[in-house]
Design a protein around this ligand. Sequence first.
Ligand code: FES
Length: 56
Amino acid sequence: MYVCLCKGITERQLRAAIAEGNTEFKQLKCELGVGSQCGKCVPVAMAILAEENAKT
Ligand code: FES
């Protein structure tokens, strides 16, 4: 499922990037570009990030 349509980023890519140590939103933005255009994906990306961070 696409999380960020502007940058074509999938949920899987996002979770993989978080697992690689990008545990802050700004790191994900830097790494993948998520949320760097329209910003509509930010709430969903933040929710996925919180979910992944809660696992560790
Ligand atoms: Fe992610 Fe637009 S959908 S920046």
